[in-house]
Design a protein around this ligand. Structure first.
Ligand code: PEP
Ligand code: MG
Length: 587
């Protein structure tokens, strides 16, 4: 038995047989042509590009139909690349002047562009575009070489698909029924492949490192998409323990499915509101099915997924996505957060030519919006137009000073004015809120409460800025603790001050989705949670089991502790008293 650690990008457990997907590079046999064949070879290239483009188009349409327009955009961007005139001229020039075969020209030119992208410093965002270039290159080469695509779209029996890498197009066309899980040697969080796998709800672990030479087709493996582990050649005891987990998850799901409609009222009668966090419109439906009170955080960064700084989403692309969510919420509230780009999320859209030494401290999020008001206003206009179709709140991310908030609000008022003059309908009393994710903001909350309609605590960022720990740096991962005593004290303030001024305060960081922290947060006075769609039933169920009095004792005891480890062990033990073995409290 061997345990490999990768990055869990789509949750769920699978036990099954491996199918290795060899999608490596096409081998180019002939590199040069006779001069007299130039015209014919250029024709062959043009033909292959045309066919590849038409296949991309059809993938775009079917993916948009099945998964939503924002996934279709991935292929929209591919289409733009393959139709690029400069790229085509570059290829033709190699055939004409260097007498390359079209295959060799495609291999050279696409490799060069992909390498250039890979060498731009920064994290995954830009180098992920290199994967897109390889995807298109493969399509054109397959056409030129007459290679029929190895079919993973029509698998005959359930397998765990393992590969060095999977391109977005390969992932999009997977059959959901017969792919139990995906494991790749390369890739990571935020990649198109990760995003699509999670949309398809297929458990996936990426970036495992080289392991393909250690397995054969038909070998049994276990994939744990939540923890990012892949177990090769598992022993009987391990298989049984994972089978038990699968069974437990199934039972919980069945149990919850009958409870989602129940309100979450604590044993002593206090109503707790549980909202959902979403990134894609299709997730709104999952939130509703799981009993969400509304959407507490709609992250809009992913609308920029397939775009480059040169082709940002149009106002209508924004509008359609928001309208779809708002309408599907049937009168429940949708909280739309303006774009939080830069740092770890799509850094190539940071729209700054300057390489940031420390992107998390740099021009990200609201800072980027305030420097690029044209793009910011476009998004605000779309949100306002969509507000005519249901109940909407707008929220600014990463506000760190009062002036910053005022500036954002001023731009917002200006856009309202503009729409008003044009006679475009929108909700004129739309609430405007902000995220609380910077320690300075917590300290200044008594000032913010006078001008802000509602708040939402972003613990993912609050932890990193409080503890000086980069949330995406594995090297300091052990220091990144939601339960650090310093964070607990900040949270106490972040909840106490808005409550004192009767301003709505919720928490939408990942901490809220983990039941270990539910009693603590209730004890600190939190009544509104916004959590991952799949966590909604679990958090609601736990709220129903406890009383506020018990939670207050738990919070007081936790606040007296000195180390994160003590807090964690204590919270786990307390939660276990109410849920027994029913919840997975390990992670
Ligand atoms: C957070 O920081 O907790 C949060 C919800 O925002 P994001 O994870 O999108 O930065
Ligand atoms: Mg954040």
């Amino acid at each position: 038995m061997k345990i490999c650690q990768g990055i869990g990008v789509s949750t769920g457990i699978a036990i099954g047989e491996v199918m290795a997907f060899d999608n490596g590079k096409c081998r180019i046999k002939h590199r040069f042509i006779e001069e007299r064949d130039t015209t014919r070879e250029i024709f062959r290239l043009e033909e292959a590009i045309r066919e590849a483009a038409s296949q991309i188009e059809s993938d775009r349409d079917s993916v948009s139909k099945e998964l939503g327009a924002e996934y279709g955009h991935i292929f929209g961007a591919h289409l733009q690349i393959i139709s690029d005139k400069k790229l085509r001229n570059e290829l033709i020039s190699h055939i004409k002047n260097d007498h390359f075969t079209p295959e060799f020209a495609v291999s050279k030119v696409f490799d060069r562009h992909a390498e250039r992208l890979k060498n731009i410093p920064g994290d995954g965002g830009i180098s992920e575009r290199a994967n897109d270039i390889y995807d298109i290159q493969k399509r054109v080469l397959r056409r030129l070489m007459g290679i029929r695509r190895e079919s993973i779209a029509n698998l005959q029996y359930p397998v765990i698909l393992v590969a060095n890498t999977l391109t977005p197009s390969e992932t999009c066309t997977l059959s959901r029924d017969n792919v139990l899980a995906i494991v790749t040697e390369t890739g990571g969080q935020g990649s198109h492949t990760a995003i699509v796998a999670s949309a398809l709800q297929i458990p996936a672990v990426l970036g495992v490192g080289s392991f393909l030479n250690e397995i054969d087709d038909g070998d049994k493996i276990i994939v744990d998409g939540k923890n990012g582990t892949v177990i090769l050649d598992p022993d009987e005891v391990t298989i049984q323990s994972y089978e038990k987990q699968i069974q437990r998850n199934k039972t919980l799901l069945e149990q919850y499915s009958t409870e989602t409609e129940k309100p979450s009222v604590t044993r002593d009668g206090v109503e707790i509101n549980v909202y959902g966090n979403i990134e894609f419109p299709y997730e709104a439906r999952i939130c509703l099915e799981n009993g969400a009170k509304g959407i507490g955080l709609y992250r809009t960064e992913f609308l920029y997924l397939a775009e480059s700084a040169a082709s940002l989403p149009s106002e209508d692309v924004h509008f359609e996505a928001y309208k779809q969510v708002i309408e599907s919420m049937n009168g429940r509230v949708t909280t739309i957060r303006t774009f939080d780009l830069g740092a770890d999320k799509l850094p190539d859209l940071a729209m700054s030519k300057q390489i940031e030494r420390n992107p998390f401290m740099g021009v990200r999020s609201i800072r980027l919006s305030l420097r690029n008001t044209r793009i910011f206003r476009k998004q605000l206009r779309a949100i306002l137009r969509a507000s005519a179709y249901g109940k909407v709140r707008v929220m600014f991310p990463l506000i760190s000073t009062v002036l910053e908030y005022r500036q954002a609000r001023m731009i917002f008022s200006d856009v309202c004015e503009e729409l008003y003059e044009l006679g475009v309908p929108f909700d004129e009393s739309i609430p405007i809120g902000m995220m609380v994710e910077v320690p300075a903001t917590v300290i200044m909350l008594d000032t913010f409460v006078r001008e802000v309609d509602f708040f939402s605590i972003g613990t993912n960022d609050l932890v990193q800025y409080t503890l000086a720990v980069d949330r995406s740096n594995e090297g300091v991962g052990r220091l990144y603790n939601n339960e650090d005593p310093a964070l607990l004290r900040l949270l106490r303030e972040a909840i106490r001050v808005p409550n004192m001024y009767a301003k709505p305060i919720s928490l939408c960081g990942q901490m809220g989705s983990n039941p270990i922290y539910t009693m603590l947060l209730l004890g600190l006075g939190l009544r509104d949670f916004s959590v991952a769609p799949q966590s909604i039933p679990e958090i609601k169920a736990l709220c129903r089991k406890v009383s506020i009095n018990e939670c207050t004792h738990v919070a007081e005891a936790a606040l007296r502790m000195e180390t994160a480890r003590d807090v964690r062990n204590y919270l786990k033990a307390e939660t276990q008293k109410y849920v027994g073995d029913a919840f997975d409290l390990e992670t």
